[in-house]
Design a binder for this molecule. Sequence first.
Ligand code: PRT
Ligand code: ZN
Length: 288
Amino acid sequence: MKNENVLKIAIQKSGRLSDDSIHLLKECGIDLRNVKDRLRTVSENFPIEVFFLRDDDIPEYVEDGVADLGIVGQNVLAEKNRNIETVEALGFGKCRLSIALPKAVKYEGAKSLEGKRIATSYPGIVGAYLKKNNIKATVHEISGSVEIAPGIGLSDVIVDLVSSGGTLFMNGLQEAEVILDSQAVLVSNKNLTATQKETLDKLLFRIRAVKKAKKSKYVLMNAPNDKLQEIISLLPGMKSPSVLPLAESGWSSVHSVLSEDEFWDNIEKLKAAGAEGILVVPIEKMIL
Ligand code: PRT
Ligand code: ZN
């Protein structure tokens, strides 16, 4: 394989996005060895080379073309504000960048920040938010443990990432306003070669099949023939459900695909309509 046609993808070396990023590539059928060394690795069955980096450096490397692709949180992307393309949201690493302040303090929208000291690792995003809302406040950039800043008197307010909210709670803080919703995204350099674009399309096709499968379940059930029409009307399927006769006369086996969002609702309706022995099976890939 000619080197310039191999896509170089930068993923987080060690942290919250690392395992999910590797797992996604593996689910796309990309063989990766030496992921334990976490330096770089070339796939043997797909024209891709993986670099392991700090997440903060990924947007810059992708802009400069040191890497062609990257997997990074939208929070880092918004903060670094690099000239790169967001190609696909990946559905993991979900969190939000929020304003938080001590529980006893009342929050009445952005104007509550006027004249306050704000501690954050996201000075770019916070600065833009203050500017948009026409607020004057002091921003202290700190690189970690932002949640302790109010407790030690360094700031009045923080802007930090939140997922469960447990960290804020343990530090006596309340989440007051979400500034940015974030998840991991696939990003790309803007000047890929035609061959690299083709490889990216192949990768995207696989990523979408994996994402789609995650959101769906394969369901099988037994149904009395006199209830078949009602049961079929509850099942969308990819085109329409498959119906196979059972060995016992008067009964059929019905197979279909249900989306996770409507899953429990549908299962209850199916049972009420007379379906029995309902099996729910995960789907590995889904190509539409
Ligand atoms: O070393 P490197 O620079 O690569 O890693 P890092 O330490 O900067 O990042 P890392 O691994 O902590 O996070 C990587 C990315 O994961 C972030 O940029 C986000 O896109 C995403 N992510 C998702 C999160 C969280 N959820 C999250 N909860 N990043 C950080 N947190 C923090 C949060 O700020 C809080 O302090 O985790 C703590 C626990 O959160 P709660 O709300 O569940 O208590
Ligand atoms: Zn980082």
